[in-house]
Design a protein around this ligand. Structure first.
Ligand code: CTP
Ligand code: CA
Length: 224
């Protein structure tokens, strides 16, 4: 079901997938970032293209080759990702937010490289909340559009996931456990696909392509 040609249930559909992790500038050479590699988002894009979809991949700071047949838009910060996702979303049947979007950014990025001083051993950096792109997508959703979120949790994965699904108002939320050696940069992933209708599908540890295929199965059902 994963390989090209085995199913084309997304033919004629336009999907937008975000991937990677945003970087929030502190000064011209430094940023606040996260451990997302982009592998899960790229797997989602690849599998969707193989199943016939027209795919726009909004990639934040990934070091991965552009998947064949996928239109890639590169972004850095959460605000750039917001712009790119909102530009592509109105024409999309499906939007999947697999990216790790920074919750906060520095209130202002310094124009020059910040220097150490003798006077102070601390450097406070004030942060401001970033817009919640997924929540904005839900508010602006076109009729029939399917919106999917991802949530990485370190603990109480299902409880946090169920609450987050309800709070965000998306159709599907894929939750998985993360930690030091779990998920980030790894070729494998496991998770649970929570649906707004209440169904919960557990995806055992497998490749990120396999998890992606399971997500598209659920999406295809919702589109049908
Ligand atoms: N997300 C987003 N914009 C943000 C933060 C998150 O679009 N500013 C999206 C992510 O891409 C993901 C989903 O929201 O699909 C859940 O992200 P997560 O960080 O788990 O949720 P938060 O609401 O930020 O909650 P938490 O406090 O647990 O980080
Ligand atoms: Ca967050």
């Amino acid at each position: 079901r994963i390989l090209a040609g085995t199913t084309s249930d997304l033919a004629g559909r336009h999907v937008v997938v975000s991937a990677g992790g945003t970087r929030e500038p502190i000064d011209p050479v430094r940023f606040i970032g996260n451990r997302s590699s982009g592998l899960q988002g790229y797997a989602l894009a690849k599998v969707a293209a193989a199943r016939g979809a027209k795919v726009t991949l909004v990639a934040a700071n990934t070091a991965l080759p552009d998947p064949a047949g996928v239109s890639v838009v590169r972004v850095g910060s959460a605000l750039e990702m917001r712009e790119a996702v909102h530009a592509a979303a109105p024409a999309a049947d499906v939007v999947v937010m697999a990216a790790a979007v920074a919750d906060f950014r520095p209130v202002s990025a310094a124009g020059q490289k910040i220097k150490k001083t003798e006077e102070s051993d601390t450097l406070p950096i004030e942060l401001v909340k970033n817009p919640d792109i997924l929540a904005e997508l839900v508010v602006q959703r076109a009729s029939g559009q399917v919106i999917v979120g991802f949530a990485a949790e370190t603990d109480n994965v299902l409880e946090h996931g169920r609450a987050k699904l309800a709070r965000k108002g998306c159709d599907l939320l894929v939750v998985n456990q993360v930690g030091e050696n779990l998920t980030f940069g790894a070729p494998d992933n496991a998770g649970v696909i929570l649906s707004a209708t209440g169904s919960e599908r557990e995806i055992p540890l497998g490749t990120k392509e396999e998890l992606a295929a399971a997500v598209w199965d659920e999406v295809a059902t919702l589109l049908a």
